[in-house]
Design a protein around this ligand. Structure first.
Ligand SMILES: C[S@@+](CC[C@H](N)C(=O)[O-])C[C@H]1O[C@@H](n2cnc3c(N)ncnc32)[C@H](O)[C@@H]1O
Length: 386
């Protein structure tokens, strides 16, 4: 079951972030290739535009000395053109990220300039990667000069990115499948693998119209449950999380994605898997629980370890299965007989779960599924009545 209209090609952008980058050229044309006549003409055109915006008496030397300061302090002066900002910021960020630098800078600058969400970063990417031949329709944007307020905001946001804060927190939103979700620290930033989990669940719902009421355990931003509710307007999704910011943010996202009638389809409550008692049973449970084994927490990238909630990441125990075990034990109490449960897990866990459930009286292991990186990432379980 494919979600059709990818508004910003979120999976491609996501892949660049979470897999260390796949497709982009390692070199920036302006900063690393030979400086051609076209570059010279463009630089002098930009210089003219820039110096014109300076106070009377300033000259071209001010232009070059401000550029010199950019590399160490990363302070972006007002009056600098979009094209020049892009070239410098991408070069500057390459110390901390390689292929992703263009993605970070174009997203941050599009946000600062208030460009349209679906096209702004793409236009800036065009300008950044084709500086020697900027198309006519983007020339005005390329030459636009930053105001003082924009320059300050850009400086601040790029410095946050240099400290490896996730881009999603800096711009406050991100796409997941066909929808845009508000993302706040320290909630888990929606991942492309989780989009695949939702597609697997969506396929099962599409094939079984009797699935009407589902539970999302550990909703975070609400990306799983809300995407399913948006895809199937007859579905009701209940969601739980132990973080108040998750409940609050998922409700805001439900309003944004599902519209003013969101309460008819979505409810979120502050509750742990251990404590949840239900007054009506579910047809399906879905969860991307905290599952990282305790040893592996040390190996996480700074971007993840220093910013995202450890309650969202860590499965607490050595095998990382603490919350997953809680969910499994509660399934027979939450669900109708024959209900299914889909979970995203660590690739080390399907084998352990298969063994653990071999002699479980009420929950059976049905199948495991691989993600786009070839990792055994998802499990499907089936519930029998107590
Ligand atoms: C890996 S994040 C998933 C967030 C979101 N569903 C997603 O896929 O982006 C796990 C979420 O589970 C929540 N959580 C952790 N332990 C929990 C528990 N025992 N009961 C309910 N939620 C829990 C965390 O606060 C976090 O929001």
């Amino acid at each position: 079951m494919q979600f059709t209209m990818r508004k910003r090609n979120s999976r491609l952008i996501g892949l660049l972030f979470w897999s260390g980058g796949l497709t982009r050229s390692r070199q920036h044309p302006v900063l690393t290739s030979g400086f051609s006549f076209t570059h010279f003409r463009q630089a002098s055109f930009l210089r003219q535009r820039w110096t014109r915006s300076l106070p009377k008496g300033s000259c071209w030397r001010d232009f070059f000395s401000s550029l010199k300061g950019l590399h160490d302090g990363s302070v972006y002066p007002s009056g600098m053109s979009v094209a020049l900002v892009l070239a410098h910021a991408i070069h500057d960020l390459k110390d901390i990220e390689d292929e992703q630098a263009t993605v970070s800078v174009t997203n941050i600058l599009a946000d600062v300039l208030g460009l349209p969400w679906t096209t702004g970063y793409k236009d800036l990417t065009w300008i950044a990667t084709n500086q020697h031949a900027i198309p006519q329709h983007l020339a005005e944007l390329a030459c636009r000069l930053l105001t003082e307020q924009e320059a300050e905001e850009l400086t601040d946001k790029l410095q946050r990115r240099k400290r490896q804060e996730p881009i999603q927190y800096i711009i406050g939103k991100w796409d997941f499948l066909d929808y845009t979700f508000r993302v706040r620290a320290p909630l888990l930033c929606p991942r492309p693998e989780t989009e695949e989990l939702v597609e697997l669940v969506a396929q099962e719902i599409a094939e079984n119209p009797s699935i009407q009421h589902i539970l999302d355990v550990g909703c975070g931003t609400g990306c799983i449950g809300i995407s399913l509710a948006a895809k199937f307007p007859y579905l009701h999704v209940s969601a739980i999380d132990l973080e108040p910011v998750a409940v609050q943010t998922s409700q805001e996202n439900a309003l944004q994605v599902l519209g003013s009638q969101w309460k008819e389809q979505y409810d979120a409550q502050l509750c742990t898997a251990q404590d949840l008692v239900v007054d009506r049973r579910f047809d399906l449970v879905v969860s991307n629980p905290p599952y990282i084994p305790s040893e592996d927490m040390k190996e996480l990238d700074k971007e993840v370890k220093d910013y995202e909630s450890h309650q969202a990441l860590s499965g607490l125990s050595e095998d990382g299965l603490d919350v997953i075990r809680d969910i499994i034990e509660k399934l027979p109490y939450w669900c109708y007989a024959s209900a299914t449960c889909w979970m995203e897990v660590d690739p080390s866990q399907p084998a352990i779960l298969r063994e653990l459930l071999a002699c479980h009286p009420h929950v059976a292991f049905v199948s495991s599924h691989f993600d786009m990186f070839g990792k055994e990432r998802f499990v499907k379980l089936k519930v029998h009545h107590i």
